[in-house]
Design a protein around this ligand. Structure first.
Ligand code: LLP
Length: 463
């Protein structure tokens, strides 16, 4: 993470050793459109609204904490990816970022495909009417039950992740009298994170089959020899929250080189390549994400150029954005509880949620922004740490941010860009009740995932 320390006055001096915050924004009431969903704005009365409904009304009707998702924004982002990649490519939304039946229906309507990585995600997708042939099934340790369900339901592809799985999927498909379309996931030796990528030795991880030592070529060899499999392509996924296209460029080059090697050895031109997901979004104003059109253009150019050089037909490209579609479309709304100013350090602002609804700060040291949304304020900026209500000092939602100094218990604050990997990674720690996801669109709000209840907790506890 690359935020620079702020050369703040003596008031903040102690913090500089362990914080990494920037200067307070010029206007604490401003909402940067980079980090907030499209329809979010501050009304004349100072209250923030989304989809035409103000947060005070939303909090009253749905409670806090809650995730509010801008449906129009979700659809617009999904459509932008679809349009950018056009008809010669496929966009598989990565369901792990956030999946619910409403989202599956939106994706279906907007012409996207879906990547799932567990039996639970597959069941959700199928139950909401996503055609099976538009689903890709992922995972490094798929169970026999999961593979059987995927093959039986007719998923468009299974992404094979190991030598054992090649045999297992072939066997299951054959015993069901089917020939399963598969891609082989390779590790290209590139690991990309945020603004950087490193092009060495990243085969040391659990996913995929390494290209470097000929294992991937061997996997293709074995898969092509099995009747239960139709090998349609090669898959690569290089990381998360990536801004720099250079990692994709290296990955594409190496995948195309494998296609050429397969053609030379087997006389077969595999028709598809999937370059995975991982495109970054703005969590704070300092992040500068790429536009889907720019990404599509870059990927198409790289693949076309490499294929021309290798005298290969250009394969059908697919990508798997999760965060880049859903991340910016939602914010988490919290009510402010206790406020503790620590002299010379910072002010701890406790909210009614925490690491159970957003584990990313604790897990990845992720950075978020925060704003007072139930009113505007002209008070001075105050350096805060937004923390949750869990019994754990690492229970931090926003590590370093500025909120108005007149913040008071009962105020509503919101953390933007929480659409991806927040509800999907939410937990019941301390028997917290996982918050609802409410879709807001054109003056209407509806719950798409309801809030957990204490009855839900007790229902699971059968001892
Ligand atoms: N395709 C594959 C094969 C993946 O493994 C992933 C993410 C994606 C696509 C989607 O990546 P996205 O476009 O959403 O970055 N929990 C972490 C991220 C883990 C992502 C794992 N795989 C986080 O909260 O940042």
């Amino acid at each position: 993470m690359s935020r620079s320390a702020h050369p703040a006055g003596p008031r903040h001096a102690d913090v500089l050793t362990e914080g990494h915050y920037t200067a307070p924004p010029a206007d604490l009431n401003a909402l940067d459109p980079k980090v907030w969903a499209h329809t979010v704005s501050r009304n004349e009365d100072g209250v923030v609204s989304v989809g035409g409904i103000d947060v005070a009304t939303l909090a009253e009707e749905f409670g806090t904490p809650a995730y509010f998702m801008d449906e129009a924004d979700f659809r617009a982002r999904a459509r932008a990816w679809r349009t950018a990649f056009g008809h010669d490519a496929d966009v598989f939304y990565a369901g792990k970022a956030f999946l619910s039946r409403a989202v599956v229906r939106w994706l279906h309507e907007e012409g996207l495909n879906l990547d799932v990585c567990s039996g639970g995600e597959l069941t959700t997708a199928l139950s909401a009417g996503m055609p099976a042939d538009r689903i890709a099934f992922h995972g490094n340790n798929k169970s026999t039950e999961e593979i059987t369900k995927a093959v039986e339901s007719g998923v468009g592809r299974i992404v094979l992740d190991s030598f054992q799985e090649i045999v297992r999927v072939a066997h299951i498909a054959q015993s069901l009298g089917k020939r399963q379309r598969v891609q082989i996931r390779v590790t290209v030796g590139v690991e990309a994170h945020t603004h950087e990528f490193i092009a060495t030795a990243h085969e040391d991880q659990k996913f995929g089959i390494a290209l470097a030592d000929g294992q991937a070529a061997e996997a293709v060899r074995r898969a092509l020899a099995l009747d239960g499999l139709e090998v349609v392509g090669i898959h690569s996924h290089i990381g998360s929250q990536i801004f720099d296209m250079a990692g994709f460029e290296v990955a594409a080059r190496r995948v195309v080189a494998l296609l050429a090697a397969v053609r030379d050895e087997h006389g077969v031109e595999l028709p598809e390549i999937d370059l995975g997901g991982g495109l970054g979004i703005a969590y704070t104003s300092e992040d500068d994400p790429r536009d889907p059109h720019e990404i599509a253009k870059a990927l198409n150019e790289i693949v076309t150029r490499e294929c021309e050089a290798a005298k290969l037909r250009t394969p059908r490209i697919s990508v798997e954005p999760g965060r880049a579609i859903v991340g910016p479309t939602a914010f988490t709304l919290y009510e402010v509880g206790t406020i503790k100013p620590l002299d010379g350090l910072r002010t701890y602002v406790s909210v009614d949620g925490g690491m159970s609804d957003n584990i990313r700060t604790a897990l990845y040291d992720a950075e978020y922004s925060v704003a007072l949304v139930s009113r505007a304020s002209d008070a001075e900026p105050m350096l805060v740490r937004v923390v949750g209500k869990h019994c754990e000092s690492g229970d931090i939602v926003v590590r370093d941010a500025f909120l108005p100094a007149d913040l008071a218990p009962g105020d509503l604050i919101a953390v933007p860009a929480t659409g991806a990997y927040c509800r999907s990674m939410a937990s019941n720690y301390n028997h917290a009740l996982r918050p609802p996801v409410v879709a807001v669109n054109d003056g209407e709000a509806r719950v798409i995932v309801r809030r957990e209840t204490e009855e839900d907790l007790l229902r699971l506890d059968v001892g």
